[in-house]
Design a protein around this ligand. Structure first.
Ligand SMILES: Nc1ncnc2c1ncn2[C@@H]1O[C@H](COP(=O)(O)OP(=O)(O)OP(=O)(O)O)[C@@H](O)[C@H]1O
Ligand SMILES: [Mg+2]
Length: 225
């Protein structure tokens, strides 16, 4: 469960990016975060992954106040909350398998776990047959699926996505969302920031709309506008 309680975020340059945001996202929810450029979507995402801390108010994940996490609890948060971005951030000199495995190796997973978890996850995203390819030989949609596999391989309970379909054409974007819907059905909470009104309109999920750092709408089974 994600809870934001009266969250304000002012950047050091004085920009107020989030203004008194209050919301709850229960486990297994699928939420679109929409709003014009500069509305505060990426700031919201950065607070969830603790890349930024609120200036005031609190962000809780499963009852943990992220501002009060001890240093030794941060790896645990990173396993629980995973993120994907518009650019896929793949390592060009590693294969698909190695890119996904790397997310485990940096966290000290044993070789046997890597050998089990990576193929399972590549299977889930439909890339089992491309495990030995290098990223530059994949389509944009396939590269994003590698990034999704890398985000999922540690079995997070929450996946946050900042404009993950921004570099994809409409069909590929729709396929990527379908994959995230399947992942959601398997039990992962999804928070999906996007400008893509067509996607949001076809999915009819919960929509949280931000404008100027305020929540202007929070509606179930909704469209973009
Ligand atoms: N690191 C930063 N330092 C200072 N100001 C920032 C920083 N990041 C974002 N901002 C400002 O905070 C506000 C919210 O930005 P944010 O990136 O959260 O918007 P967004 O909704 O993700 O926009 P976009 O759709 O363009 O990605 C904007 O006014 C932006 O200029
Ligand atoms: Mg953004």
């Amino acid at each position: 469960m994600i809870v934001l309680h009266n969250v304000c975020k002012t950047y050091p340059n004085g920009v107020l990016a989030l203004d008194n945001v209050d919301l709850q996202i229960p486990e297994r929810d699928f939420v679109f975060l929409v709003g014009p450029s500069g509305a505060g979507k990426s700031t919201f995402i950065r607070l969830l992954i603790r890349e930024e801390l609120p200036t005031s108010g609190r962000v809780f994940i499963d009852g943990q106040d992220l501002a009060r996490l001890r240093r030794r609890d941060i790896p645990h948060l990173r396993r629980k909350v995973s993120v994907i971005f518009q650019d896929f951030k793949l390592l060009p000199h590693k294969t698909v398998f190695e890119n996904v495995a790397f997310a485990l190796e940096v966290s000290g997973y044993a070789r046997a776990e890597v050998q089990q978890l990576v193929p399972e996850t590549l299977d889930l995203v439909g890339l089992a047959d491309k495990a030995d390819r290098y990223p530059n030989l994949l389509s944009g949609g396939e590269q994003q699926r590698v990034a999704i596999a890398r985000a999922l391989v540690r079995r997070p309970s929450i996946l946050v996505a900042d404009e993950p379909t921004g570099n994809l054409d409409q069909d590929t974007a729709a396929q990527t969302v379908q994959l995230l819907v399947r992942i959601n059905a398997l039990g992962t909470t999804i928070v999906f920031a996007t400008h893509n009104s067509e996607l949001v309109n076809t999915m009819r999920r919960r929509v949280i709309a931000l404008e100027g750092g305020h929540i202007v709408r929070d509606q179930a089974d909704a469209g973009y506008e």
